[in-house]
Design a binder for this molecule. Sequence first.
Ligand code: ATP
Length: 319
Amino acid sequence: MIELKAVSKKFNHTHAVNEVSFKVNEAETLVLLGTSGCGKTTTLKMINRLITPDAGEIYIGGEAIARQDGDALRKKIGYVMQHIGLFPHYTIAENIAVVPKLLKWPKAKIEERVHGLMEKLHLPANTLNMLPNQLSGGQQQRVGLARALVADPAVLLMDEPFGALDNVTRTSIQQEFKALDELKRKTIVMVTHDVQEAFELADRICLMDKGKVVQLGTPKELLYQPVNDFARKFLAGQQLTLEFKITKLSDIWSFLPNAAAAEEKSEVADVSVWEAMELLRSTGKNRLLAVDEHGKIKALSFDQLTKGFNQYQNLQAHG
Ligand SMILES: Nc1ncnc2c1ncn2[C@@H]1O[C@H](COP(=O)(O)OP(=O)(O)OP(=O)(O)O)[C@@H](O)[C@H]1O
């Protein structure tokens, strides 16, 4: 869907991006991860031609973007900016409706879409006519996302979309983001410097350093098969949490105790061990129930999840 071929960009003497190549498949979320200044934002902005590469080629849907008009291209690509970047003197409704107005949608269609998105993103209807500074940081972030999604673009570029939020708000918006139907079909390239966030949201991660791709792979590959010391050190210290995040209930299913009660219903889908623990924490319950496709019910408590996870890890390590 998106392909970068040996793309480079220099600013004065800084090689911001140095022969970067990768492909993003349709409906995939690729996260660009790396320390500040490694070239993530420059890479992202070259995909919608806010920055022009010095060398290399970029294709979207098989077409070279260099041969397309920049404004027309950007109307087709959703873009969530770093630091949100809402227009301060536009109301929330006007901020969300920028692209549909440029595309000359009829007024009624714009209103319907803006209302629908506000509902989906849990923005209260009374914020429609407010200005951005009257909203909380979390609400502003949702408006930024609504603005990027409004014309239903197939491609979405997101630059530190949750960067301005406190940890609690950040975690809950990340969870909502993952569950949002609007995003399921989209090809997403997202920038972050936060390892946990990358593991939470990425199908694949592109780890960058000094303008170059260090490693591109699934979260599991980055964790268990780091290509060099830089990749290893980048994840060091967070190993256990990351393992909880990439291990699913279905992975540890056979190690969890059966729960008999047929009348009890499932409360948990096939989430990660981490998410199941978060659910236990947030609901304050001692145990939750999960059910598989054969109707088999399993009980989940902190203790059982940890035991099941350890047994699974042992099996992975020793066959
Ligand atoms: N417009 C510019 N003019 C000069 N140098 C720039 C410009 N934009 C980026 N750079 C430099 O290019 C390098 C890569 O910057 P970039 O913003 O792409 O990194 P990043 O990984 O997104 O960092 P951050 O997470 O801090 O935004 C940095 O050294 C930066 O100082």
